[in-house]
Design a protein around this ligand. Structure first.
Ligand SMILES: Cc1ncc(COP(=O)(O)O)c(C=O)c1O
Length: 387
C-alpha cells in the first residue's frame, strides 16, 4: 500500500526547531516570551494590521473577538452559513442568537445581496445585528467591495474569519485586514501551523489589551489574585509560537505552492464535468484547499471519487456542511434563495489533497484516479464542451 496522502498535513520547514530550542535554553516554556512577540509581530506586519494577539486556537480568537464587540445574551449575530462550526459556536457561547446567510456561487462566501436583505429585515424589526461574521472560505476572499459598504450603512461591525485565508488578498489588501477584529487559525491543517493556535487582529490597541486580559484569566494587575470579570485561559504557549514563527518564514513559498497545486488540478481535469474554487475579480486566493465540484447529472458522485481515492490510501473531505443543516443549528433563522447554494456545494463538492509538501508525482496519481472514475465505462458531457 502507498504511503497515506493526507488532505493538508503540517509541513515543517526546518526553521521551527531553532526557535523551540531557544525557548528551552532560556526556560521560557510559558504562554509568554520572545517567540510569541516575534510571531505576533511577523503576522501583523504580513497581514497589515497594527495589533495582534496570539491565542491557543482560532476558536478562542473568535470567542474573544465577539466579547470585544460586546456581543451578549439576546443579540443577533449574522454569520456565513457555509463554514466550520467554530465561526459561529462562540455566538452561542456568548448567549447570542446566530442567524445564517447563504453563500453565493460566485465567491462561495456570504452572499452580499442576502446579507443586505437580512440587515434591512432586522432594521425594520428595530433589532440591528451586533456583528456580521464573514468567512473567507477555503481561502477565497469574500466580496468585500459589496459587503463592507452595506455593513457600514447599517453600522454593523464585521468580524473576518480568515482562519483559512492567511496569504490570500483582495484588491491589494490581505485577508485578515477586512474585519475589525479578524481572526486566524494555526491548527495542524492550515497553510502554516503552530501545532495548534490562533490569532486575533485589530486596529484598536485597547481592544487587543482587553482581549489579552480576558485570555489571561482576567487577572487584575495586583500582587494577589483578584478578578472583577470572568476570564479564560486562552494564551498561546511560547513553544507553539516558536513553530509558528519558523513557519512564517516560508509562508510566501507555501502560498505559491498551494496556487500551483490548484492550477495543476484545474488544468489536468479541465475536460471533465467539474469546476473548482471560483475567483472573484480582484481576489488572489491562497487556495488553502482545492475543491472540485462535480456537475449534477454526469453520473459520478463525490462519494464515488472519494471512495476510489480512499482505496488508494488518499484522504479527501466533503464540502463544509452548511450550518442550517446541522442538527444543533437547524432551528435557527436562515436567509437564502429558493435553492440554497450551500446545499448544492455540500452535495457536489470534494476537497482534494492540497498539502504544500505533496510532490507532483503524487498529485499526478490523484489526477489519474479521478480521471479513471469518470472514464470507467461511462459517457459524460461537460456543459458547453463536445466530447
Ligand atoms: C473557517 C474556520 N474558522 C475557525 C476555525 C477554528 O480554528 P481552530 O481549529 O484553530 O480553533 C477553523 C479551523 O479549524 C476554520 O476553518
Amino acid at each position: 500500500m502507498n504511503d497515506r496522502v493526507y488532505l493538508s498535513p503540517p509541513h515543517m520547514n526546518g526553521r521551527e526547531m531553532g526557535y523551540i530550542e531557544r525557548a528551552f535554553a532560556t526556560n521560557w516554556i510559558a504562554p509568554l516570551g520572545e517567540n510569541i512577540d516575534a510571531f505576533e509581530d511577523a503576522v501583523q506586519r504580513y497581514v497589515g494590521m497594527p495589533h495582534a494577539l496570539a491565542l491557543s486556537s482560532g476558536t478562542a480568537a473568535m470567542h474573544l473577538a465577539m466579547m470585544s464587540l460586546g456581543i451578549g445574551p439576546g443579540d443577533i449575530v449574522l454569520c456565513a452559513d457555509v463554514t466550520f462550526a467554530a465561526s459561529c459556536n462562540p455566538i452561542v457561547y456568548q448567549g447570542a442568537e446566530p442567524v445564517f446567510i447563504d453563500c453565493d456561487q460566485e465567491s462561495w462566501c456570504i452572499d452580499p445581496a442576502l446579507l443586505a436583505d437580512a440587515l434591512l429585515f432586522y432594521k425594520k424589526e428595530d433589532k440591528i445585528p451586533k456583528a456580521v461574521v464573514v468567512v473567507d472560505l477555503y481561502g477565497l476572499p469574500a466580496d468585500y467591495d459589496r459587503i463592507l459598504p452595506v455593513c457600514a450603512e447599517f453600522g454593523v461591525p464585521v468580524i473576518e474569519d480568515a482562519a483559512e485565508a492567511l496569504g490570500s488578498s483582495y484588491k491589494g489588501s490581505m485577508c485578515g485586514s477586512f474585519g475589525d477584529p479578524s481572526i486566524l487559525s494555526f491548527n495542524a491543517n492550515k497553510i502554516i501551523t503552530a501545532s495548534s493556535g490562533g490569532m486575533v487582529l485589530s486596529r484598536s490597541r485597547e481592544a487587543i489589551q482587553k482581549m489579552r486580559y480576558w485570555a489571561t484569566q482576567a487577572r487584575e494587575p495586583l500582587p494577589y489574585y483578584e478578578h472583577k470579570e470572568i476570564g479564560y485561559n486562552y494564551r498561546m504557549s511560547n513553544i507553539c509560537a516558536g513553530i509558528g514563527r519558523g513557519q512564517m518564514e516560508t509562508l510566501p513559498a507555501y502560498v505559491k505552492k498551494r496556487r500551483e497545486i490548484y492550477k495543476r488540478y484545474k488544468e489536468a481535469l479541465a475536460d471533465l464535468p467539474v469546476r473548482f474554487n471560483p475567483v472573484i475579480p480582484g481576489a488572489e486566493p491562497n487556495f488553502w484547499l482545492t475543491v472540485m465540484v462535480i456537475e449534477e447529472g454526469c453520473g459520478i458522485s463525490p462519494t464515488a471519487v472519494a471512495e476510489a481515492l480512499a482505496a488508494e490510501n488518499i484522504e479527501t473531505r466533503p464540502f463544509w456542511k452548511p450550518m442550517h443543516m446541522q442538527p444543533v443549528y437547524r432551528s435557527r433563522r436562515f436567509f437564502s434563495r429558493r435553492n440554497p447554494a450551500g446545499e448544492e456545494l455540500f452535495a457536489r463538492g470534494l476537497c482534494l489533497p492540497s498539502g504544500t509538501a505533496m510532490d507532483e508525482r503524487v498529485q499526478d496519481r490523484i489526477i489519474d484516479i479521478i480521471r479513471s472514475c469518470f472514464m470507467q465505462g461511462r459517457s459524460y458531457v461537460k456543459t458547453g464542451v463536445g466530447l
